[in-house]
Design a protein around this ligand. Structure first.
Ligand code: SF4
Length: 742
């Protein structure tokens, strides 16, 4: 593929990258893993020039900012934001600036820990750890079948590691079931895109934030959850209408030109109501619909029942507000729709995401600058997981149940087709439920913390305790989940290994080793190599010697697919180009810095047409009632913390940017009625559990609603375990609680 056209800035990038490639030329981490039993433990890689800089993609959120690592004596001593990268343009949020601190934590896991007969976790060497891993899991499989051992992976490791894990577990170890924590954030968007576009293909790019006339944010507190994307919104010079659709008056809603404060879980009704108004006003691009879509006639008839008076009654949004929003969508030239967890984490998230897609299609807001129905992913590599983790879908967005797809993968990987499972994996919640009925008896959890983050936490913890053997692979041995493990494998973190991430705009960015992992901690990649060796399937992975080798395999697996990477030369080219968005097919002309899909109106469905999909809205499975009268909303509370605080909680700086103790936002009217003062200690109770919190009395939440940040360990004691039927994504955003003063 021809190299991108160099601008002066890009030329500087090239020069810098050329220096880097020279500085980094050499064994990198490869020499650590090619000799089973040796693994180079205790050696410091001699590959970084002193007092140099290098670039790597941030390891927290899906924005995919590039950070500059400042190196001294071959190791990173500081980070700053990369001014030349097309994603973040010199900006970073507090998590990015502080990304080294969690690596320096004194309580990093440095040796494998094995639980003895007395119930105590004790340090062991890697051979002993691998002996226990293989011995216990094989014994379970021998007694209960291959599918009785499963894995739960993550959107936090590099794509090459995800691919290795998925291949190892399913083709090498015989597992059938494996899912990722991306089920908690992106499963809904993936399902919606697959049904509507024919492939899990987020169409937009971040440039669309700057090129829209109207930016519609649904269930997204962009200021807090994706602060650098919000900075891209602020760079928009077209005086855009900024609309936030969210029950809560979030930081983003406070900055918006329109805040549509709908009732919790009424978003699907609202979106159908908007479609109704657009049809009624004639703000519909019938030429586009006729040429590029299917199913509009049925959809038009369907939304005929969503008259504004009904929609207003069910959503709490006035008819005037509905009409103003429909006017914005219908009359602006470029309208972009962006959604994230407020939509995805819902009992009817897939249909809601598709209702957003429907609006974009019917108004022709797709494939042009400043448009699109764009899901914003959560984790740094959620998109990598969706395409290459080999969990829900077979490599490259293929299907385990399609014989042609299985044959294709077997041919590319040169493995027997019989090694590929012929059935789909259970979803995350079904794997956990399988522990109850004995279907699942062994579980390998990699870089995620379900004992904190899974919905209805006490049920999840009880299930983990029933396992015959639980292995947790993580940076720290004291996560809520690691404390339940029979075996803890110490893993290197972001910045201690190599590979790629794929961000929300489909951009591949490079991650580098800028630190040596402490003690005997190993990159997940190396742990997978160890497992393959000890399991006895190492021969299958002879070609999987390094992340760079696996990247070549990913290129072959993706060739000819919508997510084609086959035209990317190597990591160095990704550096030179400032990352590259898929697809990059072999022989393609030099891609622009920012690209969107579907400019030609051709989608990935068999007939090339996008589909209108709709279904009647259903009430949330748990609604407030006399005993539990408040809606419980949950979400990100700060830019300074990440998910379960496993890493960010170890930064003294980040801890100062967020209240250390759990707080609950409560409307002043409700606080007065309950006799609760600001900063008073209160009790929050649901049918699943209870917690104590500090009251934060604020008009940011509406009367009858309360908000609890997701980062606190207690939050999921309260959440209600409902799941979208299509995506199996948990519905974290709605439950019922009562509040008591203490
Ligand atoms: Fe950028 Fe997200 Fe990292 Fe913050 S956490 S620096 S927004 S990638």
């Amino acid at each position: 593929m021809p190299m991108p056209n160099p601008s002066p800035l890009r030329q500087r990038v090239r020069q810098r990258a050329a220096q880097l490639v020279r500085a980094w030329d050499g064994p990198m981490t490869r020499d650590l893993v090619q000799r089973p039993g040796a693994f180079g433990l205790g050696r410091v890689p001699e590959r970084l020039t002193p007092d140099a800089t290098t670039q790597l993609t941030c390891g927290y959120c899906s924005t995919g900012c590039s950070l500059t690592a400042h190196l001294r004596e071959g190791s990173a001593v500081n980070l700053s934001a990369d001014p030349l990268y097309p994603v973040n343009l010199g900006m970073a949020c507090p998590k990015g600036w502080e990304a080294l601190a969690p690596l320096d934590a004194p309580d990093r896991a440095t040796r494998p820990l094995l639980r003895g007969p007395d119930g105590v976790l004790r340090p062991v060497d890697w051979d002993t750890a691998m002996g226990a891993f293989v011995g216990r899991f094989k014994a379970i499989q021998a007694a209960h079948g291959l599918a009785s051992v499963a894995f739960i992976s993550t959107g936090q490791i590099v794509t090459e590691e995800m691919a290795f894990l998925g291949a190892l577990a399913k083709f090498g170890m015989g597992m059938v079931h494996g899912d990722g924590n991306t089920r908690q954030c992106m499963a809904t968007a993936a399902s919606a895109y697959k049904h509507s576009f024919g492939f899990d293909a987020p169409p937009g790019c971040y440039a669309d934030f700057e090129e829209s006339d109207a930016i519609i944010l649904l269930g997204s507190n962009l200021c807090i959850a994706h602060p650098i994307m919000w900075q891209r919104v602020l760079r928009n010079r077209r005086s855009p209408e900024i609309v936030v659709i969210d029950p809560r008056r979030t930081e983003t809603a406070q900055c918006a030109t329109q805040h549509v404060a709908l009732a919790p879980k009424s978003d699907l009704t609202l979106l159908f109501g908007l479609a109704h108004l657009l049809v009624r006003a004639g703000w519909v691009k019938r030429d586009y619909i006729a040429a590029h879509t299917t199913g509009f006639a049925a959809f038009e008839e369907f939304v005929g029942a969503y008259a504004p008076e009904r929609v207003s009654r069910e959503t709490g949004v006035s008819v005037a507000e509905l009409e103003r929003l429909a006017h914005t969508i219908g009359t602006r030239e470029r309208v972009s729709f962006w959604w994230t967890m407020g939509i995805n984490q819902s009992h009817e998230g897939v249909r809601t995401a598709q209702a957003i897609i429907n609006l974009a299609l019917m108004t022709g807001n797709i494939g042009r600058p400043g448009t699109g129905a764009n899901s914003i992913t959560g984790q740094c590599n959620a998109m990598g997981s969706r395409l290459f983790s080999n969990t829900v879908s077979l490599f490259g967005g293929r299907s385990f149940t399609d014989p042609a797809d299985r044959a294709d993968v077997a041919r590319i990987l040169e493995i027997e087709e019989a090694r590929i499972p012929t059935e789909n994996s259970l979803a995350y919640d079904q794997i956990l439920a399988g522990i109850d009925d004995g279907t699942i008896r062994g579980l390998w959890i990699i870089a995620t913390n379900p004992a904190h983050s899974w919905i209805h936490q006490s049920e999840a913890r009880a299930r983990l305790r029933k396992l015959d053997f639980l292995v947790v692979q993580d940076l720290y041995a004291d996560t809520e989940t690691a404390r339940e493990a029979h075996l803890v494998l110490p893993a290197a973190g972001w910045g201690e290994k190599d590979g790629t991430f794929i961000n929300s705009e489909r951009r591949l960015g490079v991650v580098r080793k800028i630190r040596r992992a402490p003690g005997e901690a190993l990159a997940d990649f190396h742990i997978f190599q160890l497992v393959a060796h000890h399991w006895g399937c190492g021969d299958l992975f002879r070609a999987w010697r390094s992340p760079a080798d696996v990247f070549e395999i990913m290129k072959r697996l993706s060739a000819g697919r919508p997510c084609d990477l086959s035209g990317i030369h190597d990591y160095a080219q990704l550096d030179l180009a400032g990352g590259l968005q898929w697809p990059v097919p072999e022989g393609a002309s030099a891609p622009a810095a920012e690209r969107r899909l579907f400019a030609d109106g051709v989608f990935y469905t068999p007939d090339g047409r996008a589909r209108f999909v709709c279904e009647e809205s259903r009430p949330a499975p748990e609604m407030p009632d006399a005993d539990f009268p408040f809606w419980l909303l949950s979400g990100r509370g700060t830019s300074a913390q990440w998910h379960t605080q496993t890493r960010t909680g170890r930064s003294a700086v980040l801890r100062k940017l967020h209240p250390a103790t759990t707080y609950l936002e409560l409307n002043p009217t409700d606080a007065r009625r309950l006799g609760i003062a600001d900063a008073q200690e209160i009790r929050v109770i649901s049918r699943r559990g209870r917690l104590t919190a500090t009251a934060c009395v604020t008009a940011a939440v509406a009367p009858g609603q309360v908000f609890l940040p997701m980062h606190y360990a207690e939050t999921n004691r309260l959440t209600f375990p409902a799941f979208d039927p299509h995506s199996r994504q948990p519905s974290y955003k709605a439950g019922a609680v009562r509040i008591e003063a203490i």
